[in-house]
Design a protein around this ligand. Structure first.
Ligand code: GLU
Length: 420
């Protein structure tokens, strides 16, 4: 299994990041092994009837990286590229992310290999319901709490809540987070990840002595995270000059009205042909001059090819794992780009998920203002801790963020000892 996981490019990347940080922390071999490998790798098949009457079997996964610090927390992804190795890597990153943010959770991630863009609502509902049923023995508010990720949303979470609650015989809101607000979801959860990305990007700009009112940003990806990152950046006064998604990329150095892009995407399904900007090659867009570059889509988009050509001052990693190991080395060597690493940059989502879970357990609702204020306080603290560690130890922001998360997990493993 170890070889199989290591052969996956995304898991290999997460494992190399872990090894490098473990070396820095001088972790002993036994603790290293216990921290690195996932506790549970669950694979299920999901047979559903397609709208055309055919039966199709999809594969679904859930990786629970470890449960030492609390329930497993992390999203569920519907995407054609989903594979066990990728899900395992994403669960490992969730682990360090929750620990870095001092949330009482381990890391988890789930996925179904399917193309939600080509599926009807009925088909998506059936996949979600069957996936949840197959996962019933392994999930619960004290064991594993899922949330939206790429290709899933609050409707997906509502269906999951329904399946779990129907089996329990009563509503169990704490089974997932990212639910609709009237189903005891949290105010502010939809915007949380993007809001956090924009908030941390402006802190990074301040570190670079750039006033955010004079700054420009390019955002790759216009899903939940990218769209709210772009919108919040623009509300903070940053000029958004480039946006891309699966349909294409748009660019206007005088600034793009992000609210209008929301309307265009709602009407047309993507950013392509947006009237207020020119179209540009998506790869070219990444290397245009800007102050903040926000990769907010899939893994491994900042590569050894484009890393030397980047012209941003801040790289705010809204996606999980957007920068390859080779590109990371190039960026470190260049020394002119301030990196806000993924496990910090996109931690706003899971932090507000934690707030949602707490509200669910307490049967209480906080206001959006309360949620966003608490979120900003926690993100600011984590940002400062990462800076402090990086400065003190002379390491990159990535290693600093990983080290703070990994050390937390390693300490708990040592304290709890080995069972039996
Ligand atoms: N899918 C999001 C992430 O990658 C959120 C997870 C959660 O809220 O549990 O961080």
């Amino acid at each position: 299994m170890k070889e199989q996981l290591m052969a996956h490019p995304v898991f290999g990347m997460a494992a190399r990041q872990f090894d490098r940080t473990a070396d820095h922390l001088n972790l002993t071999e036994d603790v290293r092994e216990r921290c690195k490998w996932p506790k549970r790798l669950i694979t299920v098949t999901i047979p559903i009837k397609r709208d055309n009457g055919d039966t199709e079997v999809f594969f679904g996964y859930r990786v629970q990286h470890h449960l030492s610090r609390g329930p497993v927390k992390g999203g569920l992804r519907f995407h054609p590229n989903v594979e066990l190795g990728e899900v395992a890597a994403l669960s490992m990153w969730m682990n360090w992310k929750c620990a870095l943010m001092e949330l009482p959770f381990g890391g988890g991630k789930g996925g179904v290999t399917c193309d939600p863009r080509s599926m009807s609502q009925r088909e998506l509902e059936n996949v979600t319901r069957r996936y949840t049923s197959e996962m019933l023995p392994f999930i619960g508010p004290e064991t594993d709490v899922m949330a939206p990720d790429m290709g899933t949303n609050e409707q997906t979470m509502a269906w999951m809540t329904d399946v779990y609650s129907t089996h329990a015989g009563h509503l169990v809101p704490g089974i997932v987070t990212g639910k609709p607000v009237n189903l005891q979801g949290s105010q502010g959860r939809t915007v949380a990840t993007g809001h956090g990305v924009a908030f941390l990007a402006t802190r990074a700009l301040t570190k670079c002595k750039i006033k955010h009112e004079n700054a420009t940003a390019i955002v790759q990806g216009f899903g939940n995270v990218g769209s709210y990152a772009a919108l919040t950046l623009s509300r903070f006064g940053v000029k958004v000059i480039g946006i891309s998604d699966i349909t294409g990329a748009i660019f206007n150095e005088n600034g793009i009205k992000v609210e209008d892009v929301f309307d265009h995407v709602a009407a047309n399904g993507g950013v392509k042909d947006f009237a207020g900007a020119d179209s540009i090659d998506p790869e070219e867009m990444l290397v245009q001059k800007c102050d903040v570059l926000v990769p907010a889509a899939l893994e491994r988009v900042i590569t050894e090819e484009n890393a030397p050509k980047l012209q941003c001052r801040v790289l705010a990693e809204a996606a999980n794992g957007p920068t390859t190991t080779q590109a990371d080395a190039i960026i470190e060597e260049r020394g002119d780009i301030f990196l806000v690493p993924d496990i910090l940059c996109n931690a706003g989502g899971v932090t507000v998920s934690y707030f949602e879970w707490v509200q669910n357990l307490q049967r209480f609702q906080w206001s959006e203002q309360e949620v966003l204020t608490k979120l900003e306080t926690m993100l600011a603290k984590a940002f400062d801790r990462v800076q402090w560690f990086a400065d003190k130890q002379g390491v990159s922001n990535r290693v600093a963020a990983l080290a703070l998360g990994i050390k937390e997990v390693a300490d708990v493993k040592k304290q709890r000892g080995l069972f039996p």
